[in-house]
Design a protein. Structure first.
Length: 92
């Protein structure tokens, strides 16, 4: 089984991590999201209400993932410059 950790080519504790977009696409599930604050993007996985995976990715990689996965933007009701991109709700 492919997991998000498999997609990390170069991990940085500070700054943008280099990822393999094709592997992220294969590992992306409904528990995953991309969060944006201003121009900074993070790839996140939440399991049991806890972040089990969180890395900073480039805006180019984020935009490519959002496009290829067809993610839906959910704007923050509290912060003007924040959004979360998730898999579209199939039950609508």
């Amino acid at each position: 089984m492919i997991v998000l950790n498999d997609a990390i080519i170069e991990h940085k504790t500070v700054g943008v991590c280099l990822i393999d977009i094709d592997i992220v696409i294969k590992a992306f599930t409904k528990e995953c999201s991309i969060s944006r604050w201003h121009d900074e993007y993070r790839l996140i996985k939440i399991e049991n209400e806890e972040a089990t995976f969180k890395i900073t990715i480039s805006s180019e990689d984020a935009k490519e993932l959002i496009k290829r996965l067809g993610l839906e933007e959910q704007k923050s009701e509290i912060f003007n410059n924040a959004s979360t991109f998730r898999i579209k709700n199939e039950t609508l």
